[in-house]
Design a protein around this ligand. Structure first.
Ligand SMILES: Cc1cc2nc3c(=O)[nH]c(=O)nc-3n(C[C@H](O)[C@H](O)[C@H](O)COP(=O)(O)OP(=O)(O)OC[C@H]3O[C@@H](n4cnc5c(N)ncnc54)[C@H](O)[C@@H]3O)c2cc1C
Length: 255
């Protein structure tokens, strides 16, 4: 598939919907007509084909494939309209993808770039950094890429075996997870606090952090403190759209 990304609206059909953690569903979607051309790290606006559901941003969780299939990791948000709808999608349902959007990952993938890359993701923030790891290693199989994934417990790991397999295939790729609520895990605690000990000095590295705002901001500060240059630190904050003031209570979560 072409790596040149141009904006458009694309109908996709759900091929599978799987609950990959207690709060995250992974949807695999196949193009109905044309496939979206995108770069690893970018996101789309996801909504329904009748425009009844507000569109929300979701990062594509895999590097572009020849068959055009894409995956998204959707965290259930209590009272969240679109995440609840997305959690209810099942095989055969259609969705509209608009995009692609964003520049997360563009620098690392630019021609001639060889700097080591540190990818940091928490929860569904794994999506764009997993896509980036796949894309970078596909283009440069020997590239030094480290992916640290933060989640609460073993039950919150996502695609752990596939990432382990990617690590076995690429000598330059290192994958590690930190379990924040499992003191028995080999690596325990929050990524920003453990970064120095796991990766050491970061001068000359390109750093990419994705997920909830607090996580991303703390990772960026830690990377800076460890010597990464400010222009080499890239962030994708999964902020929630502002809600208008209203007396109505948000609907209960069902996802
Ligand atoms: C670049 C980018 C990439 C992203 N990628 C991902 C991703 O890969 N995976 C992912 O899961 N998310 C991602 N997000 C977040 C995603 O876009 C949505 O914000 C998220 O799924 C919540 O959307 P929602 O429609 O379900 O929630 P909303 O309906 O927007 O509700 C959000 C919150 O507001 C509350 N609320 C709703 N209505 C009201 C009201 N009237 N009054 C008070 N409170 C209210 C809800 O209870 C909920 O807590 C990304 C965001 C950005 C910006």
């Amino acid at each position: 598939m072409s790596a040149s990304a141009s904006w458009g609206q694309y109908r996709y059909r759900v091929g599978s919907s799987a609950r990959v953690t207690p709060v995250i569903r992974e949807l695999w979607l196949s193009p109905v007509e044309g496939a979206i051309a995108y770069r690893a790290g970018q996101y789309v606006l996801l909504g329904d084909t009748e425009w009844r559901i507000p569109q929300r941003a979701y990062s594509l969780a895999n590097a572009a494939r020849r068959d055009g299939r894409v995956s998204v990791l959707v965290t259930a948000v209590a009272g969240g309209v679109t995440s609840t709808w997305a959690h209810g999608l099942r095989e055969g349902d259609e969705a509209l993808l608009e995009g692609p959007f964003g520049t997360f990952g563009t620098d690392a993938a630019a021609p001639g770039r060889t700097a080591p890359v540190l990818l940091l993701g928490a929860g569904s923030g794994l999506a764009p950094v997993r896509a980036l790891a796949q894309g970078l290693l596909e283009a440069q199989p020997g590239r030094r890429v480290t992916l640290l994934f933060s989640c609460r417990t073993q039950a919150d790991l996502i695609g752990d075996e596939a990432l382990e397999a990617l690590q076995r295939r690429h000598r330059g790729f290192r994958y590690q997870r930190t379990l924040t609520r499992d003191p028995t895990a080999p690596l325990h605690g929050r990524i920003p606090a453990r970064l120095a000990e796991v990766v050491g000095h970061l001068a000359g590295w390109e750093v990419y952090a994705a997920g909830p705002s607090g996580f991303v901001v703390d990772c960026a500060a830690s990377a800076r403190a460890l010597g990464a240059a400010a222009p080499d630190i890239h962030t994708e904050e999964f902020f929630v759209d502002p809600q208008p003031w209203s007396d109505a209570a948000p609907a209960p979560a069902t996802g």
